[in-house]
Structure formats: structure tokens, C-alpha cells
Design a protein around this ligand. Structure first.
Ligand code: HEM
Ligand code: HEM
Length: 228
């Protein structure tokens, strides 16, 4: 049987214990499926407070940061492919600038997101989700976090080694963080394209899983990232 809450979810923090109360209310509640009449009394008594019932799986801040990240990634990937293949025509330079500016901002968003997550851990997944699926979700999420940190630095170092400027929305330039070395820059841009492909693969699996939860399992996993 899957434990609804792992050791890592247990915290002494009062605010978090409210979230845990909610998590312990059972998967039927979190999934939003009907509770059989006979189980209802037991269910209500197990969920002692209305506050606990109201605790969202993800705070508003976590949700805004998630959808901002998603928007950035879904914009930057095609943008990267367009600039790498020089399909931008007269707009090529401004597309380069946009890609680099969004990448620089993404570093801040992902760091803010990780700090927020550390301070406000999300509720665990519904407890009827198979261990293998939990593991897959865990690997995908942490894989995405890791690559979203590595990728902008890879782009920043490669661009520094090329000695191209990195203007951020025309406001200021990021400083170069690597000595000029064109050959190394070329190699690193190749790595940048490989990491881009890995992000695309993980994001596709992630989006597929979210849609599977919503349309096939009909649980609340997608909605909890939208409405909490
Ligand atoms: C998470 C953030 C980022 C993602 C997902 C991303 C993704 C990509 C992708 C998919 C490509 C196309 C690679 C190819 O098809 O060859 C690309 C190209 C490029 N990226 Fe990024 N990138 C990110 C951040 C950055 C940053 C921060 C910079 C610079 C400061 C940067 C600079 C570039 C440049 C200059 C190219 C064109 C390389 C070339 O002309 O061959 N990227 N990026
Ligand atoms: C393509 C860019 C995206 C990236 C990089 C991304 C990244 C992430 C990460 C890292 C998490 C883990 C949150 C955490 O617990 O810390 C997450 C959660 C989630 N994402 Fe995304 N996401 C993206 C797009 C999407 C899209 C388009 C959807 C919907 C179709 C989606 C649906 C979800 C859902 C439902 C969760 C919560 C899963 C849960 O409650 O365990 N994501 N996302």
C-alpha cells in the first residue's frame, strides 16, 4: 500500500500541519470523486476543521510561478529553434535578445519557485496513485527543475564565450561569465540544444501526464495546479 504522506512531507511547522490534515482526509476528497454515503460520516470526522478542508494543494504564488515557467518554456523552445536555424529574417537579432532576456528572467523565477516550494511544500498526490507513477512524477518534476537551472547558465556561458552581448529587455546587459573562446562556445551551444531537447521530452511527458490525470483518471491533479 502506498503511504499517503512520505517522511519528507512531515514537518513540525504549524502551517504545514494544516496541509497534512487535509492530505489525510483521503484520496476520494482530493480526487473529487463521490464519497459513498456510508463513508461520509467517517470522512467528515477524520477532517476535523473547515480550514483544513480549504487548504489548497498549491498556493496561489506556487500556481502563478508554475504557469509563468510553463509560458516561458513554451515560448523559449520554439524561439531557440528559430534563432539557431536563422529563420528570424529581419527580426533575428531581436529574437536573440528576447530569447536571452526570457532566459535571464527564468533563472530568477525558478529560484523564487524553489525557495517558495521549500517554504510551502505542496500536498502529496492522491494516495491511490501507484508507486511507479509517483516515482515518475518525482523524477520528471526534479528533472525539469534541474534542467531549468542548468539551461540558462549553459546559454549564458556559451554566449559569454562567444562574446556576444546579453541585453535583458533593453534595460541592462548581463556581464560575461566566461573568457572568450569561440570553439568552446560552439560546443556549449551544441550541449544547449541537447538540453533543450531533453526539456522538450520531459515537458511533453509532463503535459501528457497532466492530461491523463484530467481526462482519463478524472482526478483533481490538473485542477489543483489551476484552482488550488
Ligand atoms: C531555460 C532557458 C532556455 C531554454 C529552454 C533554451 C532553449 C534553447 C533552444 C531549444 C535552442 C535551440 C537549439 C538548437 O536547436 O540548436 C536555443 C538556442 C539558443 N539559446 Fe537558449 N535556452 C535557454 C536559455 C538561454 C539563455 C539564458 C541564453 C543566453 C544568455 C540562451 C542563448 C541561446 C542562443 C544564443 C541560442 C542560439 C544558438 C545558435 O545560434 O546556435 N539561451 N536555446
Ligand atoms: C512546459 C513547461 C512546464 C514546466 C517546465 C512545468 C514544470 C512543473 C514542475 C517542476 C512541477 C512540479 C511542481 C512541484 O510540485 O514543485 C509541475 C507541476 C505540475 N504541472 Fe507543470 N510544467 C509545465 C507545463 C505544464 C502544463 C502545460 C501543464 C498542464 C497541461 C502542467 C501541469 C502541471 C500539474 C497538474 C502539476 C501538479 C502535479 C502535482 O500536483 O503533483 N504543467 N510542473
Amino acid at each position: 500500500m502506498n503511504a499517503p504522506i512520505s517522511d519528507s512531507d512531515i514537518s513540525t511547522d504549524d502551517a504545514r500541519s494544516t496541509e497534512l490534515d487535509f492530505a489525510m482526509c483521503g484520496s476520494s476528497n482530493i480526487r473529487g470523486t463521490a464519497i459513498p454515503a456510508g463513508d461520509e460520516t467517517e470522512h467528515v470526522s477524520a477532517c476535523s476543521t473547515t480550514d483544513a478542508m480549504a487548504a489548497p494543494a498549491y498556493t496561489m504564488t506556487a500556481r502563478v510561478l508554475h504557469w509563468l515557467t510553463a509560458f516561458f518554456i513554451l515560448t523559449m523552445m520554439p524561439l531557440g529553434v528559430v534563432i539557431a536555424n536563422e529563420w528570424g529574417g529581419a527580426r533575428q537579432e531581436s529574437l536573440y535578445d528576447l530569447h536571452r532576456s526570457l532566459g535571464a528572467l527564468l533563472i530568477l523565477i525558478v529560484v523564487a519557485r524553489l525557495i517558495w516550494r521549500w517554504m510551502h511544500p505542496p500536498l502529496p498526490l492522491p494516495d491511490d496513485i501507484a508507486a511507479i507513477q509517483r516515482f515518475a512524477a518525482h523524477v520528471t518534476h526534479w528533472g525539469l527543475y534541474a534542467l531549468l537551472i542548468v539551461q540558462p547558465f549553459c546559454g549564458w556561458i556559451a554566449t559569454s564565450a562567444y562574446r556576444a552581448p546579453i541585453p535583458v529587455f533593453g534595460l541592462f546587459d548581463l556581464p560575461p561569465i566566461w573568457p572568450e573562446d569561440r570553439a568552446f562556445s560552439e560546443q556549449l551551444f551544441f550541449v544547449h540544444s541537447l538540453i533543450g531537447a531533453a526539456i522538450a521530452g520531459l515537458a511533453a511527458a509532463h503535459i501528457g501526464a497532466a492530461l491523463y490525470h484530467h481526462f482519463v483518471r478524472k482526478d483533481r491533479v490538473l485542477m489543483r495546479m489551476i484552482t488550488g
